[in-house]
Design a protein around this ligand. Structure first.
Ligand code: ATP
Ligand code: MG
Length: 336
């Protein structure tokens, strides 16, 4: 049995004139001691998916259908109280905005010890402080920072404090939402290394959310790629990166700067979020896809296994060799 199993999950936000279909029929599994990347550009539903798993969706969100099974428990069906018990203790969530997630009026020490005490009434304050020092050390922050308030720390440090907090109670799963975004290259490397350490030393599984395919290929053994609330491609990361099947993956890979010939102009896809309010008829990716044909206008393609564990939702998946071959020549800026 997988540690986490998500089946046909739908998450919608109620807005003035209807619903935003932020997560639309998403299914995947996370095994114990694995690192799984969730890839996709801004607005494709990554954070919504993460928040749905941890029970942290805002009030205007609804889950019309789907199952989120963690360790045999359906998280979509449990009480708020049970979810509070599971949070931090079994699943920790490191949110996207480090500043907004730390309470400005409490020191780092107060916030770390409170997180422990909320779950473990039998632990002394001194033991909490020791544990807080231990986890800060793991993310490379000096214990002297325990007395600091969030605003006294840099953005990168706050991000690492949140990662430290996620380790406090040794959960089985950590969901890290864009932990490397906006960080310089050294910090990025440190966090990528840390994520691997959590898995290798503590046996923690990690869902690593990022819009950066390079970050995910470096750390994750499996990647789930989303576009417009739907999974476009998923599979073992190396296979998926080396021979992408879905045009979206082909485009993301193609938009990476070519290190070997840095003078060559980078062909990038415009980072325009998909319209989830009135999604296009047919394939969600149609307005961006340089390979779209008439068939793509009919309905969103079925998700199916293409090869070597790679699943993809594309009518032209069988022609991926051809699409990869043409990737450098086609126009990726064809956005709606
Ligand atoms: P980013 O990379 O920018 O963090 P994301 O992939 O995490 O993007 P989400 O934050 O999950 O995307 O947003 C998915 C969609 O849901 C977007 O269209 C967003 O505008 C919409 N959305 C998010 N939160 C709400 C909300 N509370 N009410 C209405 N719509 C929302
Ligand atoms: Mg997000």
């Amino acid at each position: 049995m997988s540690l986490l199993s998500v089946r046909d999950l739908e998450v919608q936000y109620e807005v003035e004139d209807g619903y935003v279909r932020a997560v639309d029929g998403v299914s995947f599994d996370i095994e114990t001691e694995s690192i799984v990347g969730v890839l996709g550009e801004s607005g494709c539903g990554k954070s919504t998916l993460a928040k749905a798993i941890i029970g942290g969706l805002p009030d205007n969100a609804v889950i019309p259908s789907g199952e989120i099974t963690f360790d045999g428990t359906d998280l979509a069906a449990i009480s708020d109280e049970r979810m509070r018990e599971i949070r931090w203790e079994q699943i920790a969530y490191v949110p996207q905005s480090a500043m907004g997630s730390l309470d400005p009026v409490y020191t780092i020490q107060q916030q770390l010890t409170e997180t422990i005490l909320a779950h473990r009434s039998d632990v002394s304050k001194q033991d909490c402080i020791e544990r807080a020092k231990e986890v800060l050390d793991l993310v490379g922050i000096s214990p002297s920072r325990l007395k600091s308030y969030p605003h006294q720390l840099s953005g990168g440090m706050r991000q690492r404090v949140l990662l430290a907090m996620s380790l406090l109670l040794e959960p089985e799963l950590i969901i890290a939402d864009e932990p490397t975004t906006g960080l310089d290259v050294l910090l990025r490397d440190k966090i990528l290394n840390d994520i691997e350490t959590y898995r290798d030393e503590f046996g923690i599984s990690v869902i690593f959310v990022s819009h950066d395919i390079a970050d995910l290929v470096e750390t994750s053994e499996f990647i789930i790629e989303m576009y417009g609330g739907k999974i476009t491609e998923k599979g073992p990361s190396k296979t998926m990166f080396d021979q992408p099947v879905h045009p979206y993956t082909i485009g993301l890979k193609n938009s990476l700067p070519d290190l070997a010939s840095s003078t060559e102009e980078m062909i990038a896809m415009k980072m325009q979020p998909p319209n989830l309010h009135n999604p296009p008829e047919g394939c969600r990716f149609i307005n961006k896809c340089p390979f779209a044909e008439a068939e793509c206008e009919t309905a969103h393609p079925e998700f199916r296994e293409e090869r070597q564990g790679i699943h993809s939702a594309c009518y032209r998946a069988g022609e991926s060799d051809l699409m990869r071959g043409e990737a450098a020549e086609v126009d990726w800026s064809n956005v709606d």
